[in-house]
Write a protein that binds this ligand. Structure first.
Ligand code: SF4
Ligand code: SF4
Length: 160
């Protein structure tokens, strides 16, 4: 989806967004009913708030305790390929809730998009916005609470 500004090769070298720590486990992709039906129930787990996410075993990686998605293959990347959760397919863009409005914002953790022109990211965010808001209508759990540091590119209902 983001292939105009981010290549598979760049992601394969990085893979930051498939691992989480205690502070950002809220970022872990929520499983939709649709995807859960296709996966074995050993591949997902439930958070304390009842949300279902992909299984993320905790491990020491590079001296840090991290939760890494079970579906991340060290050599091949995401084993789900095109069937990965919608949130993964639009990462590092996120759909978030801010002051009663949904927005599309860029996570500050992606090192590659930090090097891209803001206007190019804005164009992609705008092109994807209809699809992202439609998906958020179907699966409201993918809408995260806005966090400081995320750069907002689209505000729902406001023409850009
Ligand atoms: S953080 Fe950015 S470059 Fe790294 S894997 Fe995620 S989307 Fe790709
Ligand atoms: S489903 Fe795939 S892209 Fe999403 S976190 Fe797991 S390995 Fe990464």
């Amino acid at each position: 989806m983001l292939s105009d500004i981010l290549s598979k090769e760049e992601c394969a070298k990085c893979r930051i967004c498939c691992c989480f720590d205690d502070t950002d486990l809220w970022e872990a992709p929520v499983m939709t009913d649709e995807l859960a039906k296709e996966l074995e129930d050993t591949q997902f787990e439930y958070l304390e708030n009842g949300k279902r996410i992909l299984k993320m075993p905790k491990a020491m990686i590079g001296g840090e305790e991290l939760y890494c998605c079970n579906l991340l293959d060290k050599n091949k990347g995401c084993v789900l390929g095109d069937k990965k959760p919608f949130e993964c397919s639009i990462w590092p863009l996120r759909v978030m809730q801010l002051d009663g409005k949904r927005v599309i914002a860029l996570s500050p953790v992606c090192p590659v998009l930090q090097t891209r022109a803001v206007k190019d990211i804005a164009n992609v965010a705008k092109q994807l916005s209809k699809r992202i808001f439609e998906e958020a209508d179907k699966n409201p759990d993918i809408v995260k609470k806005y966090e400081a540091g995320y750069v907002i590119f689209v505000i729902e209902g406001v023409s850009q």
